[in-house]
Write a protein that binds this ligand. Structure first.
Ligand SMILES: [Zn+2]
Length: 309
């Protein structure tokens, strides 16, 4: 047995892990995030299932006010890039008490719940509060979700049948497959589904925003939507807080988030209502893609005006 060989192999492994670790940390920019006042640390992040639990906790609490929720999804938005795009200042200016939580996509380590850090599994986990091993959407084309796992929208309706609830997104894999079996959830996808031609990128997401505002004004209790171009621009340019096109597009999406939150605040009954606002994402990204289990792909965020218990 050549022990020398194994020793060399071992040293090589240590050096390799050191560099991959440094590379990862540099890419997931903790310098940008170190200025953010957060409720937890990136290494004690909440599972992305916490979004579902947070919505259910909000509607379960009784405080004499009419409960409402607007959950805004920015697809493929890294937390460091969201901060770079000015999310903290922009949103906390219009909603007091916003709190920043680190969260993670991709399942838990080593217990059979790992799933790729991609769109359909991620949003379905956020909506249902369980990982793909339960909701059944483990890839972007796995078909319908397991109808026994319900989205928070359906559960909010089940608590009170007078409530109207909706899921709105440019991609029908989220609105239709991801809510499959949730009979009381209104779903909306502009035109005939996912981006068919390049100019759709300029029109689909604004129509998601328009529809959301229409439903806010129409007294819906719980609305979840997904803005998609943030992910698309990451694939075209790079998922990086230093890529100006990616960051600029996140800034544009945050402008849409402001518009939707302001529509809620502008309601004549706003003073009698208790609104939960959440901005979150389904996964991060590294280089020009995502899907793996690296830190920049797994790390996500939950930005909300209520404490997560
Ligand atoms: Zn995505």
């Amino acid at each position: 047995m050549d022990t020398h060989f194994f020793k060399k192999l071992y040293v090589g492994f240590i050096i390799l892990s050191f560099f991959s670790c440094v590379g990862e940390k540099r890419d997931f920019n903790t310098d940008i995030l170190s200025n953010v006042e957060s409720e937890n640390r990136w290494d004690s992040a909440l599972p992305q299932t916490a979004v579902h639990d947070h919505v259910i906790a909000h509607f379960s609490e009784k405080n004499g006010k009419v409960k409402k929720a607007l959950i805004i999804g920015l697809d493929g938005t890294r937390p460091d890039a969201a901060v770079q795009a000015g999310m903290i200042g922009k949103i906390s200016n219009i909603v007091p008490g916003m709190k920043f939580y680190y969260s993670y996509a991709g399942g838990d380590w080593k217990n059979g719940t790992q799933q790729p850090t991609i769109t359909a599994p991620g949003w379905t986990t956020i909506m249902t509060g369980v990982w793909a091993n339960q909701h059944g959407i483990s890839t972007n084309d796995s078909g319908n979700k397991n109808p026994a796992t319900k989205t928070f929208c359906q559960k909010v309706y089940d608590m009170d049948n007078n409530r109207e609830v909706a899921v709105i997104a440019a991609w029908e894999n989220i609105t239709e497959l991801g809510t499959y079996g949730d009979e009381n959830v209104y779903t909306y996808t502009p035109d005939d589904g996912y981006y068919k031609k390049p100019e759709d990128y300029d029109t689909k997401d604004p129509r998601v925003v328009e529809k959301t505002i229409e439903l806010i004004e129409d007294d819906y209790a719980c609305i979840f939507n997904v803005i998609d171009f943030t992910d698309h621009t990451g694939h075209l340019n790079q998922f990086s807080p230093f890529n100006t096109t990616y960051v600029d597009e996140i800034e544009r999406a945050l402008g849409m988030a402001e518009e939707m939150i302001n529509a809620a605040k502008g309601r004549s009954k706003f003073a009698d209502e208790d609104w939960l606002f959440i901005i979150t994402t389904d996964h991060g990204g590294v280089g020009m893609g995502h899907g793996g289990q690296s830190l920049p792909e797994r790390t996500t965020f939950i930005y909300t005006n209520k404490t997560i218990n």
